[in-house]
Design a protein around this ligand. Structure first.
Ligand SMILES: [Zn+2]
Length: 410
């Protein structure tokens, strides 16, 4: 699909009932409706599974914390303009909504003594954080104030950083392929002139050199002045329906927070050493990811994260029982299925097409009698009636393979 043909995700989000932005809830605070939540849940499960298989350990941490935590992390010093004002419970007890997960993940590392044998230690979470965006820039899911970030902090020995960054790039490519993300470009963000950076020059030079080495063979461009305040980074960019570029995936090196949180591990020689912290996100925030996925797929998600995967249509009342029974079997097999029992068959088929449901199963008198179903695919292809178990197997195979096509290979 060409960029100019893409439909704004806000319109599709409304038409497909994926999310709602209610002024009473507040600008930049969208609510995910059941269809959007089902799709997001499938994507979150996938991301966690991908990470688990790659040696990540998931945690839960709260979206707010004591003011002192964010003073120590440097966020209140460098980032206060983007944060909500602190909440005061008493004179010496102030809390802030976190603008990032790193401080909590540093505390996970610090929860006990660490050995070199545990590195890289990969702490992951799809966690909540907040940005005090001005109301004028907010819209749909692409700019929000409450963010659910696919985040991780990989604590490494310095000599492990190159391999770790290459492995993260591999995971990013795998996640993009499964989701249908088509990156517009890779960017290596470096220091620019100015004084908003922390850490010493030698560390910066080394970090920039490590990232350049990890990008060997990748087509990228360098962005001086675009680094985070604590280290250089690799950003992977996407372009939305309006032609605006934003970052979907990121890998950021950080020599600063391990210093601030006094993080250390015991090396093989028994000496205490400082780890390097690698902040990384494979697919960014769930909000910006879905703003993009809704647009790039025109709402027609791959079957594995389609909100409803199979709609069953009894031709008339006599087959309603067979349709509900098949829906129950589909759900028991882990699929998201619904029955639409009422209305003309043509209108129900058009409605399923409007909702971008990947599979429609029509059950007439003959199918109800012999336990079969005739599948129609979202792209217009129709299959001959087949036994219900075979139809569920077909849909299940496409979902399990996270295939973009609606028919299993071969
Ligand atoms: Zn971080």
């Amino acid at each position: 699909m060409k960029e100019s043909d893409m439909i704004d995700h806000r319109r599709l989000g409304r038409d497909l009932e994926l999310f709602v932005s209610d002024p009473l809830a507040g600008a930049g605070l969208p609510i995910w409706l059941p269809a959007g939540a089902a799709a997001r849940h499938a994507v979150e499960e996938y991301v966690r599974e991908l990470e688990r298989r790659a040696g990540y350990r998931h945690v839960y941490s709260p979206p707010l914390g004591k003011r002192e935590l964010f003073e120590l992390s440097g966020h209140l010093g460098y980032f206060a303009d983007d944060m909500f004002p602190p909440m005061r419970l008493s004179a010496d007890d102030e809390f802030v909504l976190r603008p990032a997960l790193c401080p909590h993940h540093a505390l996970v590392f610090r929860a006990r003594g660490r050995s070199y044998r545990e590195l890289p230690l990969r702490v992951a979470e799809i966690g909540g954080m907040y940005r005090a965006e001005r109301s004028g820039v907010l819209g749909g899911l692409s700019r929000v104030r409450a963010i659910s970030l696919n985040d991780a902090h990989n604590f490494c020995a310095l000599e492990q950083v190159g391999d770790e960054v290459r492995e993260i790039l591999r995971l990013i490519r795998e996640a993009h392929a499964a989701l249908g993300v088509r990156p517009a470009g890779f960017r290596l963000s470096l220091r620019g002139p100015g004084e908003k950076y922390v850490g010493d020059d030698a560390d910066w030079a080394r970090a920039e050199e490590l990232l350049r080495a990890a990008l060997d063979g990748v087509d990228y461009h360098e962005g001086p002045g675009e680094a985070a305040f604590y280290g250089p980074k690799i950003d992977i960019q996407i372009v939305d329906a309006a032609g605006r570029e934003s970052t979907i995936s990121t890998i950021q090196l950080d020599f600063d927070k391990p210093e601030r949180f006094d993080l250390s591990y015991t090396d093989a020689d028994g000496r205490r050493k400082r780890p390097v912290m690698v902040h990384r996100s494979l697919v960014g925030s769930m909000e910006r990811l879905f703003a993009y996925l809704i647009e790039v797929h025109g709402g027609a998600f791959p079957a594995w994260y389609a909100p409803v995967q199979l709609v069953l249509l009894p031709v008339d009342d006599g087959q309603a029982g067979a349709a509900f029974e098949l829906a129950r079997r589909a759900e028991a097999a882990g699929l998201r299925a619904e029955v639409e029992p009422a209305g003309s068959l043509g209108a129900r088929i058009r409605d399923a097409a409007r909702r971008k449901v990947p599979y429609v199963g029509v059950i007439g008198r003959r199918e109800a009698a012999d336990g079969s179903v005739a599948l129609r695919l979202r792209d217009g292809r129709g299959l001959d009636p087949m036994p219900a178990a075979e139809a569920l197997g077909l849909v299940g195979a496409v979902v399990a393979a996270r295939s973009a096509d609606l028919l299993p290979p071969g």
